[in-house]
Design a protein around this ligand. Structure first.
Ligand SMILES: C=C(O[C@H]1C=CC=C(C(=O)O)[C@@H]1O)C(=O)O
Length: 350
């Protein structure tokens, strides 16, 4: 495909680009830049593609629409996915993660915190690395996800296949979702959920409702349903509404990000715990990415939460995974949940 040649070319010339396919769509879209200038946005008023970190104190990167060459092509399923990547697994940080989960549970028991999402980074040494093969495998395997590869020579190379929409907005009509609770998919989507997962997801739904109630009208929240995301199942409620005339797109982003699906409740206290206690920097994991202010589509924007993602630097893949901790969490189960979540990316590396 032409778009893959262009990805290869830009990557080898060290020029920024993003390629992405929206959930359940066929088209792969690409934005290819001609210089390696680093452009930031804090107003979200420009037209382009944003890549935002978890911590909003850090910069959001913008690929300006007017500076980019845009390509789009229907994806033709790859026939070349049998080739193997081999990797050596680093010694896992099981004890460290379990200790972090235990600390989060204690903090919840001894404060007004209800939920904290704690995460970790797992590093794998790749024996081979081919940007196109990895991206094709992601496209082949995760048709219901937002599947992307994003590169800037001054920032890094990221891949992801995320199940979570942060915000889709056109005119004043918007959609978002409350996604939380995880169990492995075992050929059955009709499953029973435990109280911990039901409560964990309800906390996210209540937070979203509370955050948007003063800036939106006609809010409608669907009952939670089971959804499949790769080899996992989650609980999801769709949310829609109308942004009030006096409110702005950025106020909606600020109201939603970071949701308790990636941070916790109350938000600021959970964030402080995360920044103090996770012994690595999340950078763009649990941030968000996507199109903003599309001029050819009534200024619409479509943003996704950066989950099930990895960063590749010098043949080392860093896979980022986390999970929501509540008073009812069982540390060993939370560890196993992060292992299950690494499979989304590991499946395309082997
Ligand atoms: C934080 C992650 O997932 C979130 C989204 C869905 C379910 C989650 C959970 O069950 O904990 C997390 O809130 C991740 O995949 O790293």
């Amino acid at each position: 495909m032409k778009i893959f040649d262009k990805i290869n070319k830009n990557y080898h010339l060290k020029l920024p680009f993003v390629a992405y396919r929206k959930p359940n769509k066929n088209k792969v879209l690409g934005k290819f830049l001609k210089t390696d200038d680093l452009v930031f946005t804090s107003s979200f008023t420009e037209s382009g593609f944003v890549f935002a970190p978890f911590d909003e104190q850090r910069n959001t990167i913008l690929f300006l629409e007017k500076e980019a060459e845009s390509l789009e092509e229907d994806y033709i399923e790859s026939v070349n996915t049998t080739e193997n990547f081999s990797f050596t697994e680093n010694n896992s940080s099981k004890e460290e993660h379990i200790a972090l989960v235990e600390k989060a549970i204690k903090q919840i028991e001894n404060s007004d915190l209800k939920k904290i999402v704690v995460s970790r980074k797992e590093q794998l040494q790749l024996k081979e690395f081919d940007i196109i093969k990895i991206y094709q495998k992601l496209l082949d395997k995760y048709k219901t996800a937002f599947v992307y590869v994003w590169y800037h020579p001054k920032i890094g190379l990221w891949f992801g296949a995320t199940p979570e929409t942060l915000l889709e907005i056109k005119d004043n009509n918007f959609k978002t979702m409350s996604l939380a609770g995880t169990q492995p998919y075992k050929n059955e989507e009709n499953v029973v959920w435990g109280n911990k997962e039901i409560e964990e997801q309800q906390l996210v739904t209540d937070f979203i409702e509370n955050q948007i109630k003063d800036i939106a009208e006609n809010i409608f929240i669907e009952k939670a349903k089971t959804v499949k995301a790769g080899t996992l199942l989650h609980l999801k409620s769709k949310v829609k509404g109308e942004l009030s005339k006096s409110s702005s797109f950025i106020s909606l982003i600020k109201a939603l990000h970071p949701t308790p699906a990636v941070c916790g409740l109350p938000r600021e206290k959970a964030k402080a715990f995360i920044l103090q206690n996770e012994n690595y920097t999340r950078s763009f994991y649990t941030g968000f990415l996507g199109e903003i202010n599309k001029v050819d589509d009534q200024n619409s924007s479509h943003l996704f939460v950066n989950l099930r993602c990895m960063e590749v630097t010098n043949n080392i893949a860093s896979i980022y995974v986390g999970g929501g901790i509540t008073k009812d969490s069982i540390p060993l189960k939370e560890w196993q949940e992060t292992i299950s979540k690494t499979a989304t990316m590991k499946n395309v590396l082997q």
